[in-house]
Ligand binder design. Sequence first.
Ligand SMILES: Cc1cc2nc3c(=O)[nH]c(=O)nc-3n(C[C@H](O)[C@H](O)[C@H](O)COP(=O)(O)O)c2cc1C
Length: 313
Amino acid sequence: MKILGLSCGTRNGNNDTMCRVALEAARDAGAEIEFIHVFDWDIRYCTGCVACSRGLVMGKGMVCTQKDDFAALFDKMAEADGVLIVDPIYESGGSGLFHVLCDRMGPGHDMGMLLMADGMLKEQGKPGLDPKYLKKKAISFVGIGGSDWACRVETDHAMLAMSPAWKVINNEYFSWSKDVIMQDDKIERMKEIGRNLCKAAADIENAAWMGKPGACPHCQGNNFYIFPGTTHCVCELCGLEGTLEIVDGAFRFKFDPADEHKAHDTISGKKLHGEDIFRNEGRLMNLNKDEEFKRRKKYYTQICAPTQAPSKS
Ligand SMILES: Cc1cc2nc3c(=O)[nH]c(=O)nc-3n(C[C@H](O)[C@H](O)[C@H](O)COP(=O)(O)O)c2cc1C
């Protein structure tokens, strides 16, 4: 069983250290371990070209126009049984590097799309996708912060697991952690997170959330968007809609159970989203040939040209 740890922090800084703490505990529990300091890898922005989703829909398999280390990094994750991501908290959320990883995981690594592409390739008599891309996987996240500004980070982090539909085992953050290497309670918790990940990865069919229960009983999320002036809200992580109610002295998110199949982290929810996008793309397919569209595009484009970047001029 293999556990892969990724750190998005500075070299040998607190995030690297805490990742290594969990990996050591995983190794002691019998796992093979590997550590990646993500900044050492060439990981570029998603350019939004959508070649990845087009490639899957057209039966070309997994493609990306960025020629960097991301495909190799994703292969490392795909080959592991459990993945741990330790990430510095920036502006109350995940780091920029983490967000780049998240975008690169986007549509081209969405389990709903991958399953559809695999089926399509097989229907054409071709070998399907490499089974490692369809494997169930356990993943945990830890955010390390220098203060207590942290309220978005768990949602940011869990978003990365959404696309490949990997099972989140622990997702938490440590505040006031510039000296975390001296804080034994946090080191102990990190070891526990490493061991939990091992346990989950060893029995992935029965793997379950091992953190504190969240207000959302579906995804354990604690962040909600409240529609202004209403009691109606959306769980920012799984996208279910409902209300927040106080049950036994704590907020509890209530949604109609008949809606649960729409949750963004379920294959049925991904399928619904895929169908919506497909319908919308179909509606827009001939827009480039529409005279009024062409006129508006030309009008707005000529208003101002972008300023050249100094490094490129
Ligand atoms: C751009 C930037 C933004 C930051 N924002 C936050 C924040 O909102 N909340 C917080 O707790 N710490 C914040 N920090 C502190 C970092 O989380 C902390 O420096 C980091 O975890 C150190 O990790 P490292 O030693 O692995 O590099 C910020 C640091 C930087 C550089």
